[in-house]
Design a binder for this molecule. Sequence first.
Ligand code: MG
Length: 286
Amino acid sequence: MATPTTTTASSLIERYDGLFFDSFGVLVDGVDALPGAAELVSRMNGDDVNYFIVTNDASVSLESRVMTFAANGLDIPKERIINSGSLIAGYFSENDLQCAPTLVLGPQDVKDYTTAAGATLVNLGGDVEPDVVVLGHSGPHDWESTLEKLLTLFSRRFQEKHPVRLVLPNPDFIYPNGPGVFGFGAAAFVNLLEQAMKRLHGSHESLIAVKLGKPYSPIFTAAVERAGTNNVVMIGDQLETDITGANNAGIDSAVVTTGINRRSTPDEFEHVTDMLTPRYILASLV
Ligand SMILES: [Mg+2]
């Protein structure tokens, strides 16, 4: 079993050619910047450190995220933010989906990411059926009737051998929505559709949604490409997304204890699987 070692932000900056930071639980808590975050960002900007924010966010534009960071005292330019929403363009271009009739469920910013990818937006139940469905955010929808319509569409199109592609930019199943309050992410609804389609038609790759964000590979591939080096470390607070994703991508990882993860000593990782175990524990960003 791998055992993580404790380290500091300064030694990670020295040791690596690039640093990836998760946003929620690492730099911000949804209300304020976390201790040390503003100072660290300012120091990295001053020293021209090769750092990027790697976040599953898909429902907010990069410009809005820059403004939210700025309101928290974090001076992070949009060129340093790699989010799930901005991966939609790459997915559409790699799969020749420009101009594909696409249904987007989610707020305007997810629609903007998708039209920027070249897609033609259509409505559920409109004259033109979607070839792609981007499930960008969990709300607000009448989920029962929306899911039933999608299930009916997906099932028929699968039988017609022209399956609809389902794209999930942000694979977070649940999300924190204030102290002790939780909401269901879009992944929860995608999971219902996948389960239902499996019961109807069995296991087929075309019935599984394409997932772009952490822990899946597209966001790590994009981040490594942007950093221009493999010698990077992912700093995150969630073992299931940040750490597992980094391990799968073959890059090092460090877990902080300011977010969802509460394990703060190497001993506490004794019964954690290797895939969920980070290389480092970072007590704080200070
Ligand atoms: Mg997080």
